[in-house]
Structures are given as structure tokens and as C-alpha cells.
Design a protein around this ligand. Sequence first.
Ligand SMILES: [Zn+2]
Length: 211
Amino acid sequence: MKKLKIFALALILLAGAAQMSEAALSHEQARRVWNRVAVPTGLTELPFSIQNEEVPNAWVTNGESVTVTTGLLNLLDTEAELYAVFAHEAGHVKLNHHQSGANRAAGLSLASAILGNILGDGLAGVAVNIGANLVNSGWSREQEIAADDYSVELAYSQGEDPVGMYSAIKKLSSVSKTQPSGFNSHPPDDRRMLHIRNKILALDPNAKFPD
Ligand SMILES: [Zn+2]
């Protein structure tokens, strides 16, 4: 009996250690989470892919496909955060943001938009590999806010945790702050964070935030 207990405990510890060492969302989880966004938004036909790429990023390409990088799966910790990012991308599709920039070749990215905000236009090229996305995305600040709102509303209506949006942006912006350049210590995406926070609180006054 005692042996059995020790064995069970060992299994639990092992499982815990395995989870900790990965500390990331699995590809399997990513597909599942995308599905939880795609079904209620009617986007199950959009091809979904995972790109092996260190830079945390996710984007939609002209409303025709959805891509997430392994870097983002490593950065985020919860399915709620990933759900929020996917729902934000779905928002760009559902709100027809692609029509306003139809000849754009590249997709747009949540992470690059944040990097661009922080680095400023002059330094946007420093935004590593995602610079091309940023330059070509053409999303306006208003469209980003609209996609954020869409994400929070979708999460809330689907019984997901809408705080995931806040938490995901927070993690993305903390990463971009480590980029080597002299940008200021007062990131311009504070305003975006505050907007998201208020949006969540309007839906759920008891929401708990990670700060
Ligand atoms: Zn966006």
C-alpha cells in the first residue's frame, strides 16, 4: 500500500517536472485552441499552421490563413492567452480589415504592431524578422483596438477567460522591451492595455488581472 502511494507520488512529480521543463503550449494545444476560435467565428476553413521560429508572433495572411510561431507558444503560458491572440487575428478577418489594404502582400502581426509602437517608426526596421510584417501590415491603430475588442467579446461570450488578452499583450510587450535599442521606458502600448482592461471590466467587473 505504501509502495503504491510512493509510486503514485513519483508519477505526479514526474508529470509536474515534464510540464515545467516545457513551460510552453504544445502544438496540439495550439490546434485545439485555434479550433475553439474557428468554430464560433465560422473560420474552420482557414488553413492553420505552426511556424518553427523564435520570434513570438501570430498573423493572418489576407484572411486566407492563420500562422503562429513556436516562439509565441513558448512565451505564452495559458490557453486563455493563446485564445486571445487567435481571437484577435480572427477579429481582423471578421471585421474585414483586409479589404482596406487588399494589395498588401504580407500578413499582419500582433507582436510586430507592439514592437513598432515601442520602437517608433524610425526604428521599426530593428523589429527583427517581423519588420516586413509591420511595414506591410497597414493596420491602423483603430483596427488593432477593434480586433482587441473583438477578442475580448468573443472570449467572454464563449466562456473563455477574457483576461487572457490583457495577459498576452503584457507578455508580448515585456519581451519587446528587451530589444536592444534606446526606446523609452514608457511604452506607448500602455494606452492599449488600459483600453483592454476597461473593456474586460465592463463585461466582468470581478475580473482579476495579473498585476
Ligand atoms: Zn492585430
